[in-house]
Design a protein around this ligand. Structure first.
Ligand code: AHR
Length: 641
């Protein structure tokens, strides 16, 4: 099936003039990145590899995710981890043929792989101090035992017990059952199961396939941890970064606002364990070679959900929030003899994380935001002039909020302004020129959240191709657009609240959307300097659905040309590349294309390679005519010598 929205080209043959003799604006080395938020079970149940849901019994209903049987008690006195006080006691069943135990369902099932090892761990003590045995069973989706392990608990002190258990089956919906095989009682807390094969083999690690998908994007900037979860539905449940660091057992559980943001997609079992916390975020940034870009609360709870000023921190009572920002900088960059730098070192990273960006607030608006941001800016500029401050332009691509906020951001002299736009593909097709006329005297732009929302909300080819078209405008305006991150990043196929999303997964598999490949192609082909690119003196920014941009890569001495043809007809361009003195075209180029005949096609878990980039080597010369196929994103990397 072809092209719902595609149009027929009236374009026959044009000249594409690229001025490589004169380097334009420097492209930010941090330009293309990722934005992570724990939405759609992106962290707990997703990237964070923990397989047990509600491991510390702290959900609002402490047995959520668990099925207790026999004589199980919930206790909280003399708990081993004060921030997560609940724990359970397994008491012997009243009859020798009965059992006491507890079963965990995982995050919509537990994904196990044949031949893979899993690290089971539990904090436990024997109530009378004598040796007690527990069985740990991995149980498949038909309720057959995959493997049984026995752990002996002894002594009245809380201790961590662990064992490595190998699964001999693959099952995406397994469960874990733990039961008492003894005459005495056992207390248990923080019951955990991780694959041993996590990203970089870390114990409190990330799911390897999902982290690999991020790594393969080569993101240069990493915005975290949200999004709306930074704000919270109320201030009490905002993302408080200090709760996300330190020993993982003692990180205070928070609800996840996405469990009830949309009443047509409620997820009452959605909480934030903070197992993936700020230390792990910074660590991932380092793994990926991406600049960390944390977002902190500015003292405003979600403005969509809170219309009364009383819901927010009063303007004269922002100290705690501003201190959070200052302490975060210390956590990331401070010396190891400072309070927060010391914690970073204790967590295993004495060297600084070299934080240079900090966003204050997510989607905020009105003077409520401006006056709070102003208070942050004042203190941050004084104490940390080295930090680039990111303010916001509200939740929409245009309108009163954006119009009000931009001049205010200029007045406050923030370094960058975070813009968000979730719009139809038509908007993306029509807005490749969005930044051409932006004020060059004010703050720079961070396109912090954007995605083309097709009416069917799919990650389909049209959405992806329209994003590729729009992004030619980001590159062309790289003097002002310094950072860009698609949103959201992850979604569990059985647990999403929002779509489209860049990467989809289930308990065992992952699929990179077509939109993912657009992001990847920009990231891998970002170049260092913009080059003027015109056809008959005009910029190609959407007329006849033609889009083009070019840049020079000083690292590789290549001219990189990106062309999007959004029509049903091929287009021909005669290349006219003005070269620097003493430079020549080497004669070869790599050509990467992303194409589909069907605008509605998507990559799926079952068919993950429906639309993927294709790379070839082609001969190239000045004056040559290149054909850009219909409905295709093409990238030429033309080597110079
Ligand atoms: O990306 C999903 C949500 O969209 C983000 O949490 C929020 O910032 C925006 O409204």
């Amino acid at each position: 099936m072809v092209a719902l929205m595609a149009i027929t080209s009236v374009f026959a043959q044009e000249t594409l003039t690229i001025d490589a003799a004169k380097k334009g604006a420097a492209i930010s080395p941090d330009m293309y990145g990722i934005f992570f938020e724990d939405i759609n079970f992106g962290a707990d149940g997703g990237l964070y590899a923990e397989l047990i849901k509600n491991r510390s019994f702290e959900f609002t209903y402490p047995f959520t995710g668990w099925v207790p049987f026999g004589k199980v008690e919930l206790l909280n006195e003399n708990a081993p981890f004060p921030n997560n006080p609940n724990y359970i006691r397994l008491n012997p069943a009243p009859h020798h043929a009965k059992f006491t135990g507890i079963e965990n369902e995982g995050y919509r099932g537990i994904g196990l792989k044949k031949g893979a090892d899993y690290r089971f761990s539990v904090w436990a003590r024997s109530v009378d101090g004598k040796e007690q045995r527990i069985y740990v069973d991995l149980v498949d989706s038909r309720n057959d035992i995959i493997v049984r392990d026995t752990i002996t608990i002894a002594g009245t002190e809380w201790k961590k017990y662990q064992s490595i258990i190998e699964s001999n089956v693959t099952d995406s919906h397994a469960k874990v059952r733990i039961f008492l095989n003894s005459r005495g009682s056992v207390d248990m807390d923080h019951i955990s199961l991780f694959p041993t094969d996590t990203w970089k083999g870390r114990e409190n690690g990330m799911r390897k396939d999902l982290a690999q998908a991020l790594y393969d994007l080569q993101p240069k900037v990493f915005r975290f941890p949200g999004g709306c979860i930074v704000e919270g539905t109320d201030l009490a449940t905002r993302y408080a970064w200090k709760n996300s660091v330190g020993p993982v057992e003692n990180r205070k559980l928070n609800e996840n606002r996405w469990h009830y943001t949309f009443d047509y997609r409620l997820y009452p079992d959605y909480f934030q364990s903070y197992g993936l916390g700020f230390f792990e975020f910074f660590q991932l940034c380092e793994d990926f070679g991406a600049e960390p870009l944390p977002v902190i609360s500015c003292g405003l709870a979600c403005q969509f959900q809170n219309w009364h000023e009383g819901a927010h921190a009063p303007i004269d009572n922002l100290d705690e929030y501003i201190q959070d920002a200052i302490d975060l900088i210390e956590f990331a960059n401070g010396a190891t003899d400072t309070k927060w730098g010391k914690l970073r070192a204790e967590m295993g990273h004495p060297a600084p994380f070299n934080l240079k960006y900090l966003a204050v607030g997510n989607e905020q608006w009105d003077d409520l935001y401006v006056e709070r941001l102003e208070a942050f800016v004042k203190v941050l500029r004084e104490k940390h002039p080295e930090i680039q401050i990111i303010g916001g332009a509200g939740p929409y691509a245009s309108g009163d909020m954006l119009k009000h906020l931009w001049p205010e951001m200029k007045r406050l002299k923030v370094d960058l302004v975070d813009e968000h736009y979730y719009m139809a593909p038509t908007w993306f097709w029509n807005n490749a020129g969005r930044y051409d006329d932006y004020d060059r005297e004010g703050p720079k732009v961070f396109a912090g959240e954007y995605a083309a929302h097709h009416p069917n909300r799919g990650n389909n080819f049209e959405a992806a191709l329209s994003e590729a078209a729009f992004m030619t405008g980001l590159e062309r305006n790289a003097d002002i657009v310094r950072l860009a991150t698609y949103a959201p990043l992850f979604a569990h196929v059985d647990g999403w609240q929002w779509r489209p999303d860049l990467i989809w997964f289930d308990n065992l598999r992952v699929v990179r959307s077509i939109n993912y490949y657009v992001q990847q192609l920009y990231s891998h082909n970002s170049g260092t300097h913009v080059l003027s690119t015109t056809s008959n003196g005009k910029v190609l920014k959407g007329e006849n659905r033609q889009y083009a941009t070019a840049c020079y890569d000083a690292n590789t001495n290549e001219v990189i040309v990106k062309i999007v043809n959004g029509t049903e007809q091929p287009t021909n361009y005669t290349l006219d590349i003005k070269l620097p003195k003493k430079s020549k075209i080497a004669g070869e180029a790599t050509l990467t294309t992303l194409h589909a005949d069907d605008m509605l096609i998507e990559n799926t878990l079952d068919n993950p390679h429906n639309v993927v980039p294709h790379k070839t080597t082609v001969a190239i010369a000045n004056g040559q005519t290149v054909q850009i196929p219909a409905m295709t994103f093409s990238i030429y990397r033309i080597a110079l010598k």
